[in-house]
Design a protein around this ligand. Sequence first.
Ligand code: UDP
Length: 341
Amino acid sequence: MKRILAAGGAGFLGSHLCRRLLENGDRVICADNLYTGRMSNIHDLMDSEKFTFVNCNIINSEEVKKLDEAGPIDEIYNLACPASPPHYQKSPVYTVKTCVLGTMNLLELAVKNHAKIMQFSTSEVYGDPFVHPQEESYRGNVNTVGIRSCYDEGKRCAETLCYDYGREYGARIKIIRIFNTYGPMMDPADGRVVSNMIMQALKGEDITIYGDGSQTRSFCYVDDLIEGIVRMMASRDSFHGPVNLGNPCEFTIRELAELILELIPTSSRIVCKDLPQDDPMQRKPDISLAQQQLDGWSPKISLRDGLVPVIAYFKETLAQNRTGTGKTICMRTIQNSTGGV
Ligand code: UDP
């Protein structure tokens, strides 16, 4: 049984990952400062003796040093960083510090424990790409001084740190580049396109398209992504990545809006607003490397099928907000919850 640290484990992806690791029978330490993570995402895990929550800011090296006090750590997943544009732009300096200082602190912990460490990087490292679809060898088109740069450059520097800790200190690193992902447990208020549009349709409000909606994204259902993440961590030590993880089915933002209107009976209408600065015009992962290296991994769930449980989740969240019962809907149950972390 492994002891695994999930930094940012109370976030959308983190909570799905913690659930999957517990299902595998591992012990999980979830470290999160709840900047964007939510206790409601993990409240169903808190009763498990294999699960420990630690309120920890990875920017603070003293707090990170304490994370292995209860015993050595075998694997570290670094998901800790605000990830939606409104959240990471709210305090850009904090975002850079989380990516750079936070990743350094976790790399130090990984080296000390001889643990594998996985850095959650992003398709944002490709910026507004000239190459389409994006393969890992593409070095990107990132504005160093724009409003998205704190995240894009922060994540690029985190990749650099991983490789340098590998070369200089022997860190056992893995880097994944995640493309747009959606699923239950997304924060309905996080400002991303899937959550915004579903919430707007459910409330009968205008559906906001930024720009003319011709920009594209490729949306991956969270369970498909988690499968890729787990396979990457289990891959041979000499495979460090970076490797793209995402669903290569590409949609315009207008197509997404139209699909949501088809799936939700609503009086909502589509309206267009200004396109934010540096908003990438196209994004689609080339996943050949993941398919080769991760036992033929590829996403299985179509956007249409994946949106159904997400709509159900947001509907339930809205109903609970109306009745004031703030309980989280658990999409899975935890088994094998014995033993202490
Ligand atoms: N977007 C939109 N309406 C919204 C929120 C976002 O049209 O209410 C657009 C946004 O401008 C971008 C795309 O949808 O082109 C995806 O945005 P998101 O914030 O989800 O993620 P990004 O891929 O830009 O980080």
